[in-house]
Write a protein that binds this ligand. Structure first.
Ligand SMILES: [Zn+2]
Ligand SMILES: [Zn+2]
Length: 136
């Protein structure tokens, strides 16, 4: 068989190389109401984040202890009606939010945002992965 006739079957069923990139690429980001951000990803997945959830999840050094990974800010310390004042893309991989409470040091990478997606599908996946991790 000539090389050009070799079947391409070995490629089937494998993730396309750009699938991961698509997953982490924002296609559309919009505010759907006073307290909710809807984020559509390149692979079609939709993440709906409450502003407060995003604020509480802030990964910056002031909110999370860098050494222990322990969160320094309690959910109760964040105002219920916190809103995003400014939305600033950082390079091609992250976004910085400026919050109504003045906090603006958190850099939310797209990977991080995708990881904290609160939809039931992602929650179930994280739970499954967590269970797998604890078994090992
Ligand atoms: Zn922060
Ligand atoms: Zn999700």
């Amino acid at each position: 068989m000539k090389p050009s006739e070799q079947p391409l079957r070995h490629l089937e069923g494998q993730p396309r190389p750009d699938e991961d990139a698509l997953k982490l690429e924002p296609r559309d980001v919009k505010r759907v109401d006073a307290a909710t951000l809807e984020w559509t990803w390149g692979d079609g997945h939709v993440s709906t984040y409450r502003f407060k959830y995003l604020r509480v999840s802030c990964p910056c050094a002031a909110c999370v202890d860098e050494w222990s990974g322990k969160r320094r800010v309690e959910v109760s310390q964040i105002a219920e009606d916190v809103v995003i004042r400014k939305f600033e893309p950082v390079g091609a991989y992250a976004v910085r939010f400026e919050w109504s409470d003045g906090h603006n040091t958190g850099l939310y990478s797209f990977r991080f945002l995708r990881e904290i997606c609160p939809c039931s599908e992602c929650q179930a996946r994280r739970a499954a992965e967590g269970a797998k991790g604890s078994e090992a």
